[in-house]
Design a protein around this ligand. Structure first.
Ligand code: F3S
Length: 62
């Protein structure tokens, strides 16, 4: 699985970083970045949860 953040949509709410800090981190510039390119299976549920929970719908998974 891969996760992508749309920088145009992300407003830095940080919900993703709270739900799955192993994968998402808040960049100094105020938007989230994906820290792991190929997401391990153990984090997939949390990443899906983060994608659903983002108020801006900025996270997509594939
Ligand atoms: Fe950005 Fe959504 Fe995370 S707005 S910081 S991708 S919860």
């Amino acid at each position: 699985m891969k996760a992508t953040i749309d920088d145009d949509r992300c407003r830095g709410h940080g919900v993703c970083c709270t739900i799955c800090p192993e994968v998402f981190a808040l960049h100094d510039a105020g938007y989230a970045v994906v820290q792991i390119e190929d997401i391990p299976e153990e984090f997939e549920d949390a990443v899906e949860d983060a994608a659903r929970s983002c108020p801006e719908r900025a996270i997509t998974t594939s």
